[in-house]
Structure formats: C-alpha cells, structure tokens
Design a protein around this ligand. Structure first.
Ligand code: CMC
Length: 432
C-alpha cells in the first residue's frame, strides 16, 4: 500500500487549463516516486520502454542503491549475509521478513529437508525431452508441470497453501536442477541425502553416482552456498517482474516460477554466466583479447563484454566483490589457478577495468562474471549455469510473489504508445 505523500508534482500540459496533481512518496530509502496511477483518467498515459524510470510495485524485501553499490535484503547488507549467514537462513529472511531464532531456523531447515524428493511420476517428464535439450528448457517444463502435482495446496488465497508451496519450491528446485544435469549425461538420477546441508546435497545430487561414493568438499559446498545466496533476490529485475506479472492474473505459483525461469534464460539476464564462458571460448587465447575488446567497443559489431555492466549498478556490483573472493578460495582449493581459460578471464577483467570505454560507461564486472568462473572450476557444465542461477533466485521469486498475493493487487496490464496504421477498411484479396 502506498505511504502518505510527502509532496505533490503538478503536471501542466501545453494549451490545457487543468493542472494534474500527482502525489510523491518517499520510501524507507531510495529516490522518491511520482504516483502516476490516476493519470490515465486525465486521458494521458506515461511512456517508459524498458521501465527505465518506473516502479511497478512497492515492496519490503530488497533494496538496491546502484550508484553506491548497496544491496540490502530486509535491511541486511549482502556482504554481512554472505559472510555470516547461509542460503537457507536467507530464504527464511526473504520469506518471513526477519532472521529466524535458533528454533525457527531448525524447524525451517528440517521442513526444507523433508521436501527435497520430487513425486516419482514427475521423474517421467524428463524422458519426454531429448538428451541434448538445454537444461533450462527441461527446467521450465518440469517446474511448470509441478502445478499438476500439488492440488492440495494451490489455493493462492490461503496463506498456509502459499507457505507450503514456497517450502516445496525451495526444497525441490535443486533436486530438479541436478536431475536436468544427470538426464543430459545419461546417468541415473541421484536421490537427495537429508544428512547433508542444502548446498552439499545439491553437489551430491549433481556428482554422485550409484557406483561411487562422492565426498563433498566443504570449500566447494560453501562456494555453492554463496553462489545461491548471492543470487537469492534482486528486487524487480526482469524475471522477478515476470513472476509478479504472471502472478497478478491469479496463475498458480508453479506456473509463475516457470515463467520467471523462462525470463531468466536470456543472455542479458541469467544467461550471462553461460555467455561469459562461451565468450571466453570464442576469444580462445590471450593474444586475441585486444581484437575482441576492439569489437566490443565497435557499436556496429553487436558484441558485448558478457559479465560486465548492469542496469542498476553503475558503481560496482557488491555481489561481484564477494564472488571475486569466493572465486579465489575455490581456485586455490582446487589448485586450478593455472587453467588457461581462467587466466584469460583474469586478463580480460584487468584490461576492461583500465580501458576508458568501460570506465566512462561505468561498466564493472557483475556477479555473473565470477560465478561462471567458479562454476566451471567446480566442474559444473556451462549449460547448467543459468539453472544454478534459477535455483538461487527461487526464494526471491516466491517471496516477491507471496508479498504481492498477500496484499491488495491488480492484474498487471501496461499500456502502449500505438504507432501502427490508423483504422482502415478491409480490402478483398482480389483487389489488393
Ligand atoms: N559490453 C560493452 N558495452 C556495454 C556493455 C557490455 N557488456 N554493457 C553496456 N554497454 C554500453 C552500451 O553499448 C551503451 O553504450 P553507449 O552509451 O555508448 O550507447 C552503454 O554501455 C549503456 O548500455 P545500456 O545497454 O543502455 O545499459 P543497460 O542498463 O540497458 O544494460 C545490461 C544492462 C546488463 C543488459 C548490459 O550491461 C549488458 O548487456 N551486459 C552484458 C550481459 C550481462 O552481463 N548481463 C548480466 C547482468 S547481471 C545478472 C542479472 O542481474 O541478471
């Protein structure tokens, strides 16, 4: 619900005598917003392609100050959460608004553990996909299909149903993600192990086989947990806005999250971590970096430096800072500091950070630049990178959906500036 206006803007339109009064609100932090909701009644709409200046909702969950490089979840800085908390605790925080006490934490962890298995019949959906299907294609399909399995908890107006669905999604998405990987390898699915924590269990489901014991490295499990944690929510980004838009129609939450997964897939959003590695493979050798950077700076080439730049962060991406540190730890633990592709990434990063083109446009490495490198070092195949992002982003999507559904909301229905043909009469085919 909108707060009380702190002041008003007055919109005067050339040649019209009426002044339109627009209330201005100030949130807890961030720029004040001008409320244009009632503008339509005056015969005008606002026009803002790409939502460059438009807040589509109010929210209590996440705050970003892109100029200062600040990211807060429920008020807590991401750096403190990455250092002192863990992914599941952050899930609780995003969903419930406050950090859990020990008892609440134990109960939450236990609930998530008890929901990690997927319905055995859901397993059959996988075999409908070709083995070479992109795991994001499988994930969209299988998560959407979950709508057909949980009729006991699909009443979006029932807060218990919403809570159960949130738990199911957070618990089962890693299982589905790992199944996408196993399917593409032609390996048997590995069941979750409830004696492992969330991220260690994910690595177990990814890398264990029925024939060999898989010891989960605590450093890699911690890195995995950090990757999930750093992706958990990012206010009204493209995929989260998609989840909200789908949810605003009253669609069931599994369908909404499947829509979010689809929106995340693109290379300008969650697909960027995969695109970083594809780009490194294309560059191939260090001697080609100069030519590649020249192409990036040439507007006509259409080439971008993947893993650099962000719509909101114009200083640095605070998640990238934490990720850079994790990246160092992982590379040391695995002793892969000498991997040629990783060396290439480090060289590229250094050159881009010093180059005027990037400095002037405030283009810094984003979270995906380093997460791609870490995931590769852990042994996760490139095509799984966006699936990992989706797994981490699930609590954000479901918290934002829950926030919207729990309060008064309207179906999301943007307007347009129509530039097509004016009304004209149909012409019979023999007269065209
Ligand atoms: N490489 C080269 N030039 C770039 C890049 C880049 N990665 N990003 C922006 N620019 C240039 C762009 O050409 C433009 O230059 P000019 O002002 O001379 O026309 C200027 O910087 C502003 O670009 P923009 O397209 O207006 O910026 P945006 O805020 O609309 O785009 C972005 C943000 C993330 C889509 C873009 O920076 C990009 O395509 N980055 C590469 C893809 C990527 O890494 N995406 C992951 C984002 S972080 C994960 C997430 O939250 O989803």
């Amino acid at each position: 619900m909108a707060p009380k206006p702190i002041k008003h803007a007055h919109l005067q339109i050339d040649g019209e005598s009426v002044t339109i009064d627009l209330p201005i609100y100030q949130g807890t932090a961030g720029a004040p917003v001008i409320d244009v909701a009632k503008l339509g009644a005056s015969g005008y709409f606002t026009y803002d392609p790409g939502f460059m200046s438009t807040a589509a909702c109010d929210s209590d969950i996440t705050f970003i100050d892109g100029d200062k490089g600040i990211l807060l979840h429920r008020g807590y800085p991401i750096e403190q959460l990455a250092e002192q908390s863990n992914f599941l605790e952050l899930c609780y925080l995003l969903l419930n608004g406050d950090l859990p006490n020990r008892e609440q934490n134990d109960e939450f962890v236990n609930i998530i553990k008890r929901h990690t298995m997927v319905h055995e019949q859901l397993v059959r959906f996988f075999s409908g996909f070709r083995r070479d299907a992109h795991p994001m294609a499988i994930m969209c399909g299988v998560v959407g299909a979950m709508s057909a399995f949980y009729h006991d908890s699909l009443d979006i107006d029932d807060q218990d149903h919403r809570r159960i669905t949130a738990h199911r999604l957070i618990a089962k998405i890693p299982t589905i993600a790992a199944m996408c990987h196993k399917y593409s390898r032609g390996q048997p699915f590995i069941y979750p192990r409830n004696d492992l924590d969330y991220s260690a269990n994910f690595l177990h489901m990814m890398f264990a086989t029925p024939t060999e014991k898989y010891e989960v490295s605590p450093t890699l499990a911690r890195a995995m947990d950090r990757i999930f944690l750093l992706h958990a929510d990012h206010e009204q980004n493209a995929s989260t806005s998609t989840v909200r838009l789908a949810g605003s129609t009253g669609a069931n939450p599994f369908a909404c999250i499947a829509a979010g997964i689809a929106a995340l897939w693109g290379p300008a959003h969650g697909g960027a971590n995969e695109a970083v590695l594809t780009m490194l493979a294309e560059i191939g050798e260090e001697k080609n970096i100069g030519e590649f950077v020249r192409k990036v700076k040439d507007k006509d080439s259409g080439v971008r430096l993947m893993g650099f730049g962000h719509r909101v962060y114009k200083n640095y991406d605070p998640r990238a800072k934490v990720m850079q540190q994790t990246c160092k730890e992982v590379l040391e633990e695995l002793g892969v500091n000498n991997d040629p592709q990783l060396r290439l990434a480090q060289k590229l990063e250094k050159i881009a950070l010093e180059d005027d083109y990037f400095v002037q446009r405030k283009l810094y490495p984003n979270v995906d630049f380093y997460s791609g490198i870490i995931l590769k070092a852990i042994g996760i195949p490139v095509e799984m990178f966006t699936v990992i992002f989706a797994t981490g982003r699930t609590p954000g999507w479901i918290s934002q959906w829950k926030e919207m559904i729990s309060g008064p909301y309207k179906i999301g229905r943007p307007r347009q500036l129509y530039l097509g043909a004016a009304q004209r009469d149909y012409v019979a085919i023999n007269k065209r």
